[in-house]
Design a protein around this ligand. Structure first.
Ligand SMILES: [Zn+2]
Ligand SMILES: [Zn+2]
Length: 265
């Protein structure tokens, strides 16, 4: 199998994979996926992502506390993220950000962790993966306030908005500031109206693809759980169709973009 695809954001560290992990590794090895970035979302599974990356050569890891997972942590948890970030094959701080989707949202606490981890990434000179759900304006404003995104200049550190859910206008704004944008399974859903427009706004050298597995299984398998890295193929095919490129061209450019963003050799 030609290894032409990169799943730039998934959670092999999620409890959904605990009992089937070896099978998912085997299935990925038999697929076209040659590179997987395993994204941390709390302290425990960031440490697991690091261990999984150490065991398997085509897995890389990121470490962070996700906005909806931040409520139980005190400031000392940042030292643990800093320690984990120094491990081999950790390529970014993420996913970090803001998620205003749920009723129990504590915006202040989320903002505290978003800023603290942005500052850590700047201190370490590492890329950041942003999780932005129903919080587009605040996610962007804080990146500007922290001096990461600067009009007319390159970002201070590489910035990626994963599973992009904003408008074409928001995408245009981000691209102008040098941000990378990643499309996930929702790009393949029939009711997704914004994504085709967004994909047109994002230049070929700024676009990544991902599964966000175990969630967001792409069509025609929408609703199947868990989603797995090999399913990134279906998002790639959809992006190819939207961009008027071949599947192979789209695979190659999104693979190259992921390696450039994460600085994977
Ligand atoms: Zn996310
Ligand atoms: Zn995720």
């Amino acid at each position: 199998m030609n290894k032409i695809l990169c799943d730039s954001h998934c959670h092999l560290n999620d409890p959904a994979f605990a009992d089937i992990y070896d099978g998912v590794l085997r299935e990925t090895e038999e697929s076209a996926v040659g590179l997987v970035v395993n994204i941390g979302f709390d302290l425990e599974n960031s440490a697991l992502a690091v261990r999984q990356a150490a065991e398997t050569d085509w897995i890389y890891a990121t470490v962070a506390i996700h906005p909806t997972e931040c409520y139980g942590y005190g400031p000392e948890a940042l030292d643990e993220i800093r320690r984990l970030a120094a491990s081999p094959k950790v390529v970014a701080i993420g996913e970090i950000g803001l998620d205003y989707h749920y009723d129990d949202t504590d915006k202040e606490k989320q903002e505290y962790w978003y800023r603290a981890q942005i500052r850590l990434a700047v201190e370490l000179g590492m890329p950041i993966c942003i999780h932005d759900r129903d919080a587009h304006d605040d996610c962007l404003r804080i990146l500007k306030e922290e001096g990461v995104l600067r009009a007319g200049k390159e970002p201070r550190i590489p910035v990626l908005f994963h599973c992009f859910s904003g408008s074409p206008e928001f995408a245009r704004q981000l691209v102008k500031l040098g941000v990378y944008i990643s499309a996930a399974g929702p790009a393949t859903y029939k009711n997704s109206k914004k994504v085709p427009e967004v994909v047109k706004e994002v230049p070929d050298d700024r676009l990544l693809i991902e599964t966000d597995a175990p969630f967001l299984t792409p069509a025609p398998f929408r609703g199947q759980f868990p989603n797995t890295p090999k399913m990134v193929e279906y998002t790639c095919r959809k992006i190819a169709e939207l961009k008027g490129l071949s599947y192979e061209e789209t695979a190659a450019l999104t693979y190259a973009n992921a390696k450039r963003f994460y600085r994977i050799p």
